[in-house]
Structures are given as C-alpha cells and as structure tokens.
Design a protein around this ligand. Structure first.
Ligand code: ZN
Length: 675
C-alpha cells in the first residue's frame, strides 16, 4: 500500500497513489510481523463453503443489516447521526455503543466493496459518511448521545463523563472502518473524520487523570489507533495507542481497577485471562498489534501467558470464550478486597458450564482477531488453529442460515425446561438490545478472505482452505496467482494450482491443522517427503512454473473428544469432531418420545459421514446410533437411587454445531453422556 501523506490546514490527509491492495489489517510495514496480510481485493472465493458464506454475507446479511440500522423499527443507529448532524429532530435512542456498531456496518460494506467493486455500495457509503461527517463537532469529538443531548439543551452533556458511554469503543470502530474504507475506495472522506477524532482523543488524553483513564471499555481503540498509524504512518497515532496502554496502569495503581475490565493487575503483569471476554480479547488483539510495531518482549511474554491460560484452561471446544453470564473475580481469592463483580466473563480455570455458557458472539470473533494477530506476529500455526476453530464453530453459530437472526450467546447445551432463567434468548432473534454481535459478524464474514492467506518475503502462506483464487505480489514485485479447489471443511483434500509465478523461487506454506493425524502432500502428482507434524506449516519451496499442481490430503476421521477431568461439567461425556467442525445432537433429529437428556453414546459407536446438500444449506451429517433410556419423571426430585434402566438403540444424525437452531425451537447438546 502506498500513500503520500500531506499536511493540509489542521488535517492530515492521505492521498491515494496507485497499486494499492485493501487488507483488513495492513502490517506491510510492521517491523515485527513474520507474516504480511493480503488484500481483500486479492482473494476471491469462487466455490464451496466460504464462497457460500461470503455470498450470504453480501446478498442477505449486509442488505438486511443496512435496512435495520437505517430504519427505526427496533432502535436507531443512522438516525442518531442524522439528529446529531441537525438533519432531523429528536432524541438519542439506543444503547451508548450504537455509533460503534454502525461503524462496523460501514467496515463490512467497505470490505464487501473491496471484493466486489459494487458501485451501489460505494454510493451508499458516501451518503452515510456525509452525514457522519456533518455530525462531528468542529473539535473532532464524535459521539452522538452527547452531541444530541447538547443540541437538545442538556448543558451537562460532555465527553467522557461516564466510562460506560463507550466513547473510545465507538471511536475505535470509526478508526478501523475508516482504514478499511480508505483502502477499499481510495477515498478520504471517512478517514478525514477519523483523523479529526483521533486528534481530539490525543488532546483529551494528553495528561489523563485516574478517572479519565478508566474510559477504556470494550477497547477497540487500540486496534483502531494502530491501524490508523499503519494507514497514515503518522507516529502520533502509535504514540497515542501506547499512552492508552500505559493508562491502564494508572487505573491499576489507583486501586480502582477490577478484573471485569482487566485493570486490577498492571497490564504487563497479567498472568490469567479474567473478566469480560470481549474486552479481554479486544485488549489482547490490540496488544498483539502493538507488538507487531514495537517488538517489545515483555508484551509478547504477557500475551503468551494469557493465551496459554485460555487454551489450556478456559477455551470451549467450539473456540468460544467467556463462560459466565455473571460472576466474581478473582473468585475464591484469599484477599477478599480484590474481588469485583464480572459479567459476560471468563470464569475460573476449568469452569466451563454448557447450558449457562455465555460465549458472546463478539468474544468469539475477538478470539479470532486476537489469534490472527498472534499468528501474523509469529508465523506459528497454533494461533491459526484456534482462529479456525472459532470461525467454523462459535462465530458462524451466531447467525442463522438466512442471515437475518442472531445469537448473542452461544451455549453448548440447551434443554427444555432450562435449569435456570437466562438473560438472553435461547433462539436466534432479529434484534437484541445489545446489537454489537450482528454487525461484527457481517464485517468478519465480509473480510474472512483476508485471513485465508498471508505472505512473507519469499513465501505464500495458506491459512484457511476454501475454493477460490489468490492474486498478489511478493515483496520483490513477483506476481503470484494461484487457484485453490477443495470441499473443505467437509473433505480434507485440497488442490492448489499455480497460475502465475514470475521467475523467482518461492515457498508455498500449507497449514497442517493441529487436529490432523497426518497429512499427505504431492506435487505434480508425485509424492513429497513429509515430516511436518500437525499444528505447523508444511513448506514446499520450488522454482514454480504455471500449471504446477500441489495436492494436500488431510484425512478427516470422526474424533471423540473428552475434556480434562477438572472440567466438572463434562465428566463422563464426549463430544464429536470431524476436521475443524464440532458436532452436536439436536432434538429435531430424535424420534418422537425420546428426550435429549435420556440419550447416551455407547462405547462402540460408529459414525457414517454423509454430505447432504438439502440439509441445513448443505452439510456433512454424521449418522450414528445412540442409546435412549426409558423416559422418567424427575419433577420435584433432586436425587434418587440409581438403578439399571432399560435402554433402546436410536438412530440419529449429528449435525455441525454452527447450524443448530435453524429448524425451529429445539434442544441441543455438544457433549453426550458416554456409556
Ligand atoms: Zn456482541
């Protein structure tokens, strides 16, 4: 990406030159990134799983999200900007983070434009951006709840009065959206708004008080500011990001921090993932961006510690994060004065309940963002493994097959009756008052092509498998074009054809997922020596020529998974995985009269993997036989004497977890009692 930055009056404006690509995250100049990103315009999904997901995102999710956010049926998003701009009368309606969620829609539309060059999107974006720009105060402040309140005569309304106003969250998403829009369209209209807002933040947080320092809720602004630095090369944005990270220690040292916001313990001294899972994952994603720019070893060491805590003690089998609706942390601490309330939060080590799992879709998306950034910084496959796990399971589960209904939480078990009343709907719904996840899903699915590949000086990294093309350039300008054909994730066979490769030798690096038992690689139909262990990248270095073919075969046997016995909620149970997909049993697939909670999996279960194009949009289902106990009445009983009960075999199909809940109200469980 090449931009010339020129100073005009008080604004820094970047001027588009030529030869640009449009990555979601531009680490092309980051000194401590091992892998560079590719542009969304360089990746096309042509066939198969991700092509279908992208088409659903572009054709269903994006237009319906646009209608919802530009309308006022549920609450208002765009209308708030119109009122703040003086183009309409009224009061602010909605949650204080609605501005940020509207910026996510703008980011999603910009990402979709980068791929499709759809003029309609471009024109539509310009109309929306004009209103956003008009809503911005001359000093750069932009937060419609406060601007509207001032317009309506509330002289007490002022910036940063309440940390729960989510101002920096909103602005962080403005920065990220502005970078994506600039890269996709070459236009500076939203970037100019973002730069004015960043300059306002710079002044407002020049010498932050302890109270002001607490304004760091759902911190998308670390990622946003570092991306703004990458886009403009203006070091002030990176310095401001560093100041925001340092501010966290003001809160910790004041004794007013808490685990919910990850500011009880000084930033670099954290050893455990605690508190609100979206906040934690966004914070660590931002810290991984910071590391890519600074190379600070203490930052990386902290990230390694908390990452290890997540994957070894706190991650759901679906890649989901944030076990608790509500809790206290540090729970069980001898020092009771440290304990604060948490919500939507990581729990204790091994505390992974299924029915009451919170697992907000945004936390699972945050997990992908964090792990992708850790991968880019290190080139290590273990991070892409986690990103892939979350994407296929607990991210995609957040949206219905028709793209218009959403989960806020992603439990691993749902029963009727539920053992307890819970805050959020157990079925997908078109709207929730906390509407952060749906636009987050749209931008993630619009930009997933950017995760699929990476590049380093003389290598192309294939991170995600899916039918499509990559057309990019290596650092020395060598053009690379390749085509990927595969039915992944339903089938582990992948064929990559080199279409264009210049004259240089380069390596193709293929991710062998950690779940694989083995992988077979062939080049031009001949075997290639393969000693690469699963959970790493297989490197194939050649003087390639157009027409060369690489075949990768990763067998996908059905795997039964058990959890560490310290996870009390899954004792004596197993879950079923095939490839990256986690499976579940849904009551829609049980015969009449058989209750989900009466079923169990015999020790000698066999599975038949079967692709069914008419089932749930086309998935591989697993046919198997479970065992069902005679239904019994537990009403009014907490305990009873255990006696042998009659069992009968029941034939069922297990379905991928992400498509559960698309056939009307049902019960569902990922974990099944093992006989
Ligand atoms: Zn959310």
């Amino acid at each position: 990406m090449r931009w010339i930055v020129i100073r005009m009056t008080s604004l820094w404006l970047a001027v588009f030159t030529a030869g640009a690509a449009s990555p979601v995250l531009d680490n092309s100049s980051s000194p401590h990134a091992q892998v560079r990103t590719v542009g969304l315009d360089e990746v096309q999904w042509t066939d198969g799983f991700w092509a279908r997901q992208f088409a659903a995102c572009r054709n269903q999710m994006l237009p319906s999200m646009g209608r919802l956010m530009e309308g006022t049926n549920y609450t208002q998003f765009f209308r708030n900007f119109e009122i703040a701009a003086g183009l309409a009368e009224g009061r602010y309606r909605g949650a204080p983070f609605n501005d940020g969620d509207f910026y996510k829609l703008i980011e999603a539309a910009s990402a979709a434009f980068a791929v499709t060059h759809d003029k309609f999107l471009d024109r539509h974006l310009d109309r929306g951006i004009a209103v956003i720009a008009k809503a911005q105060r001359p000093d750069g402040y932009l937060h419609t709840p406060v601007i509207i309140a001032r317009r309506n005569g509330d002289t007490n309304a002022a910036p940063f009065r309440d940390r729960n106003n989510f101002e920096v969250y909103n602005l962080g998403h403005l920065f990220t959206a502005a970078c994506m829009h600039h890269r996709a369209t070459g236009k500076t209209n939203l970037l100019a708004v973002a730069l004015k807002a960043a300059a306002f933040l710079d002044r407002a947080f020049a010498n932050p008080s302890n109270e002001l320092a607490r304004n760091s809720i759902c911190p998308s602004h670390y990622m946003g500011l570092i991306e703004l630095y990458r886009e403009t090369r203006d070091a002030r944005h990176l310095e401001l990001a560093k100041r925001f990270f340092a501010m966290r220690d003001l809160v910790a040292s004041s004794g007013e921090g808490g685990d919910d916001n990850q500011d009880r313990v000084p930033f670099l001294e954290q050893t455990e993932v605690v508190g609100h899972a979206v906040r934690a994952n966004y914070l660590f994603a931002g810290a991984a961006d910071l590391f890519a720019e600074t190379g600070d070893s203490a930052t990386w060491a902290m990230l390694e510690r908390v990452w290890t805590n997540v994957v070894e003690q706190k991650l759901y089998i679906t890649g989901a994060c944030g076990a608790l609706h509500d809790g206290a942390s540090p729970d069980g601490s001898k020092n009771q004065r440290q304990i604060t309330r948490t919500h939507q939060a990581y729990g204790r080590d091994y505390q992974l309940p299924n029915t009451t799992a919170h697992n907000e879709t945004c936390a699972n998306i945050g997990n992908v963002m964090w792990n992708w950034r850790m991968f880019l910084a290190s080139g290590e496959a273990r991070f892409m493994d986690v990103a892939e796990l979350a994407l296929y399971n607990s991210v995609l589960s957040g949206v219905s097959l028709d793209g218009t209904n959403f989960f806020y939480t992603n439990p691993l078990r749902v029963t009727d009756p539920s053992p307890t009343e819970l805050r959020w709907s157990r079925t997908r719904v078109p709207f929730v008052s906390s509407f952060c996840c749906p636009p987050n899903l749209v931008r993630t699915l619009a930009g997933v092509g950017g995760l699929a590949y990476g590049k380093s000086n003389d290598a192309i990294w294939v991170n995600l498998y899916g039918g499509g093309t990559l057309s990019t350039k290596l650092a020395d300008g060598t053009p690379i074009k390749l085509t990927q054909e595969t039915e992944y994730p339903w089938n582990g066979r992948v064929r990559i054809t080199i279409n264009n490769c210049g004259l240089a030798s380069f390596a193709l690096k293929l991710r062998i997922p950690g779940w694989a038992k083995r992988a077979n690689v062939r080049a031009n139909l001949g075997p290639v020596s393969d000693t690469t262990p699963p959970g790493s990248y297989f490197e194939l270095r050649r003087n390639w020529k157009p027409g060369d073919v690489v075949d990768l075969d990763i067998p996908m046997p059905v795997q039964l998974i058990e959890a560490n016995p310290l996870v009390e909620e899954t004792l004596g149970q197993v879950a079923v995985k095939r490839g990256p997909m986690v499976y579940c049993l849904e009551s829609s697939d049980l015969p009449a009269g058989v209750r989900l909670m009466d079923t169990s999996m015999p020790a000698d279960s066999e599975f038949l993997a079967r692709y069914d194009q008419r089932l749930l949009g086309g998935v591989v289902a697993l046919d198997t036989t479970l065992s069902a106990r005679t239904p019994s009445d537990w009403s009014g009983k907490l305990y009873r004497e255990a006696r042998p009960t009659e069992r009968c075999p029941v034939k069922v199909q297990l379905i991928p977890y992400f498509v559960w809940g698309n056939r009307g109200p049902s019960e569902m469980s990922v974990w099944m009692r093992r006989e």
